[in-house]
Design a protein around this ligand. Structure first.
Ligand code: HEC
Length: 162
């Protein structure tokens, strides 16, 4: 019995450290659908970071010919540039506010992306009238957890192994 409890406690700490309690699978899946339907005509979902850096910084985007930054780049920069990760529940509100503002009133002056990446693109066309605030909340949850959390999707990689 003692061993079972120890194993259980061990497993729960492992899972707790990987996926925060704010992660909501249903919301994530709904957000992924929004992304598939309303963003993917321009944004690829996830691509290898080394390949992306080579494409943007060495090959002038001629290697991949991307129309926009990828979902995983946005996921990383969104969490890094907007608000603070200390409180995930509040951080999700901050990233959502940024997305609502950017999707309705895009302006590269507000960019969260690296200069070396963003200079390859014209400003995103406003998505006002094309995506609702509810859908943005869903896509925010998807974008937040797309990159950097183990157990969410097949794209996870261990950043410490680079
Ligand atoms: C018609 C093409 C197109 C569609 C559709 C589109 N985007 Fe974009 N998006 C772009 C381009 C081009 C950029 C890069 C230029 C920029 O940042 O304004 C971009 C940039 C962004 C950025 C980064 C903004 C920054 O510069 O910091 C976010 C976030 C984003 N898009 C989210 C979305 C989401 C979410 C959707 C779907 C609801 C979406 N986009 C739909 C073309 C598009």
């Amino acid at each position: 019995m003692k061993t079972i409890i120890t194993i259980f406690m061990f497993l729960s700490t492992v899972f707790a450290s990987e996926l925060p309690e704010e992660f909501d699978r249903e919301l994530y899946n709904a957000g992924e659908k929004v992304f598939d339907n309303k963003c993917m005509q321009c944004h690829e979902k996830s691509m290898d970071i080394q390949l992306l850096m080579k494409n943007f910084l060495e090959e002038d985007n001629k290697l991949l010919n991307l129309k926009a930054p990828t979902g995983n780049e946005i996921s990383f920069r969104l969490k890094q540039q907007i608000g603070s990760r200390d409180d995930i529940e509040f951080h999700l509100i901050q990233t959502n506010d940024f997305l609502v503002d950017y999707l309705f009133y895009p302006d590269k002056a507000k960019t969260i992306c690296l200069e070396g990446v963003i200079r390859h693109f014209d400003t995103m066309p406003s998505q006002k009238g094309k995506v609702s605030e509810e859908e943005i909340e869903q896509v925010n949850h998807f974008l937040y957890f797309l990159e950097g959390f183990n157990g969410v999707n097949k794209y996870y990689h261990d950043e410490t192994k680079f």
